[in-house]
Design a protein around this ligand. Sequence first.
Ligand SMILES: Cc1cc2nc3c(=O)[nH]c(=O)nc-3n(C[C@H](O)[C@H](O)[C@H](O)COP(=O)(O)O)c2cc1C
Length: 169
Amino acid sequence: MRTLIVYSTISGNTKAVCERIYSALNVDKKIIDIKNIAEVNLDEFKNIIIGFWCDKGTMDKDSIKLIKELKDKKIYFLGTLGARPESQHWKDVYENAKKLCSETNDFIDGLLIWGKISQAMMDMMMKFPKGHPHAPTPERIARWKDASTHPDENDFRNAEEFFKKLLND
Ligand SMILES: Cc1cc2nc3c(=O)[nH]c(=O)nc-3n(C[C@H](O)[C@H](O)[C@H](O)COP(=O)(O)O)c2cc1C
């Protein structure tokens, strides 16, 4: 029952959380960047943790492509996103990921972790004109600031505990 952690990341949040999960697991395991997934023989793994970054309310495209190619695996996800944990958007992202992970596989459980918005993304959004759906508003700027310290040590520990309970012997 080998375990594979495959992470997709643009600015490093998802990679950082997945590396902490990897270190916490005491099972036969491997971790890989989704960019290098062709190097892995997926037949060797029964348990797969998909580490995704949230893009437009769901899993990023590379993670969706991979999940659709997998069949009859035990699937877990670890997603990072910029929305507030108590928001409806957070719940929607969870449900969207759960649905994708259940289509052709045995979805076991998933965890979302708050992640900072990259400086490049914030710089881009600061230039959006008033009225643009992602234009900077006081609420949005406050949210970016609150997200800016995540994932923090508490988030890392939560992720470690979550996956240790599910996967450690
Ligand atoms: C193009 C783009 C789209 C994003 N869309 C969302 C979104 O719909 N909801 C959300 O909560 N966060 C969104 N984010 C924020 C990222 O999901 C968040 O910063 C994540 O932790 C990035 O992970 P990474 O550092 O592993 O790349 C978006 C970021 C980018 C760059």
